[in-house]
Design a protein around this ligand. Sequence first.
Ligand code: HEC
Ligand code: HEC
Ligand code: HEC
Ligand code: HEC
Ligand code: HEC
Length: 478
Amino acid sequence: MRDGFLQWLRPATYLRGSFLTLFGAALTTSTAITLIAVWLLESTGRTVHPYAGIVIFVGLPALFVLGLILMPLGVLRERRRMRAGGETPPTHVDFGSAQVLRALSIIGLLTVVNVALLGIASYKGIEHMESTSFCGATCHVVMQPEYTAFQVSPHARMGCVECHVGSGASWFVRSKIAGVRQLIGVTTGHYSRPIPAPVRPIRSPSDTCEHCHNPQAYVGTRLKVVDKFADDESNSHSSTVLMLKVGGLRAGTASGIHGHHLNGGRITYIATDDKRQIIPRVTLTDASGHATEYASTDVKVTDADLQRGEHRVMDCLDCHNRSGHAFAPPERALDRAFAAGQISPELPFAKREALRLVKAEYADDARAGQAIETELTAFYRDKYPAVFKAKQADVRKAVASVRQVYSSNVFPAMKVVWGTYPNNVGHEEFPGCFRCHDGNHAAPDGRVISQDCDSCHNVLAMEEASPQILKDLGLAAQ
Ligand code: HEC
Ligand code: HEC
Ligand code: HEC
Ligand code: HEC
Ligand code: HEC
């Protein structure tokens, strides 16, 4: 038995001549064993740290392949060496010989094993690189803003790749090429801070969003209640109540916000800035193919500006550009913290002080956290000692919440500050809808893209202390 095995292995002794071949064989074998061990470990449910992931899922398979390449290279070099030394390498191979057959069967067997290992390794490597933790955490500092915002977004349970790559081979390859470039950028420190948005090119929503959201769906009207807290001593609370006419398609008729823009690529526009915030021209093509151009009477542009500008067909991303990871403006982020009960409105001037603190500039998150804690605590201790004494727990909770508001929206290392990334849904903090619906985009016949408040929503209450409508709907607080 043992003799038989050794006999069978004998052709392998031919490898011994070349160091490269031997080294390749050793490299491939040892990485194969390590890979299998890691896979077994992983299958027991252990999670792999993102940095270790790069080594395990990308580095090891690369070494494995390197070994495979070195082996034939070693043989070729050996032949060259023999030729140079005047020896004639064997030219004739006797396929009948038992030794050659054995060699071939070993090579065949090993090839099958290698292909299988490589298959699993590529699959695992891809799976790892598509994971949210790889996208979000491997290049920690770089992707931290988006990763942080994504985790509290409605899309937190899906992968970054579902919007950024989508399905299909060509985008897969494209994203991997871009990924290699980005990896080099990150390792050499050459990347933009902040990372520019919009992302160009980004996969069409028909291959991403529309896998889950039906663009033909009729959404109808949506009630929206916006809570605000003023910067006075009592942090006065008010509510704005809107009925948003999202609409959609019903019985073949398009209506509302969705219906008027989603009817098959009818609206195109030209933006003249990088962030698509300045839109001097909009073209609406109706069902019969008749095009109407609306030109901004506000923004003065030359033909050259228009030619150079970005020409785009309007789609989901022109409104929902922050659906994957939205950063809130400071007032709104704090209002939400008040509304969620994390900051007590009973702390005098809490809104004003919190706003001042989150808007200040800090070198990094740690310093911001310290400053917020020291200053907010000092404010109550010095100015409102009685409140401070009675509401210590509330002050501590407010400090934690204000720090959280800061660190979820401001990322000094990436130069992501308040307002870095405009959100195009709405018109309060950013131009949003009003990039076109400003009442100043006029067609040659004088029609304008409407700024009529009621075409988009009914404002049922505007910053009222306790709107009747919320009581009627049974939604009033308390
Ligand atoms: C629901 C879709 C969606 C998901 C999920 C998503 N993104 Fe995005 N991402 C976008 C869109 C759309 C843009 C373009 C933003 C714009 O135009 O303002 C973008 C832009 C970006 C940018 C450019 C900078 C910026 O903030 O705009 C980065 C970086 C990024 N995404 C990373 C990620 C990471 C990392 C994840 C996962 C943790 C992720 N994205 C998940 C849709 C998504
Ligand atoms: C993998 C499926 C999936 C994909 C892809 C996807 N979404 Fe969603 N989206 C969801 C789910 C599920 C929800 C509901 C989450 C909830 O209600 O908590 C949602 C919610 C939303 C909402 C409502 C958000 C809110 O605040 O209530 C918007 C707007 C939205 N998605 C837009 C988009 C856009 C734009 C894209 C493409 C860039 C996209 N989605 C891609 C699954 C998806
Ligand atoms: C003209 C701007 C605009 C375009 C284009 C647009 N949406 Fe919306 N969408 C809105 C507004 C406004 C709302 C309601 C308010 C909000 O979500 O903040 C909304 C709401 C939604 C919601 C939440 C619906 C619900 O049941 O509450 C989803 C999901 C959504 N849009 C997906 C999409 C998808 C997918 C596309 C592209 C096929 C798209 N939207 C295109 C403006 C737009
Ligand atoms: C790129 C330009 C552009 C942007 C941005 C845009 N729209 Fe429009 N919108 C149009 C055009 C063009 C029309 C069609 C005007 C017409 O039918 O005469 C339109 C029509 C509408 C209508 C129907 C108006 C009516 O008179 O019945 C609604 C509602 C609407 N948009 C809502 C929105 C909302 C909400 C947003 C922001 C989330 C938005 N739009 C962003 C270009 C835009
Ligand atoms: C082209 C569509 C459109 C027009 C025109 C429009 N709005 Fe809005 N407005 C929106 C959308 C969309 C939102 C909701 C944004 C969101 O979901 O956060 C909004 C939000 C608001 C809010 C809530 C702000 C907040 O703090 O969140 C107020 C108030 C408001 N609009 C007032 C008006 C008034 C007043 C007019 C008329 C001068 C007007 N809007 C015209 C689309 C429009």
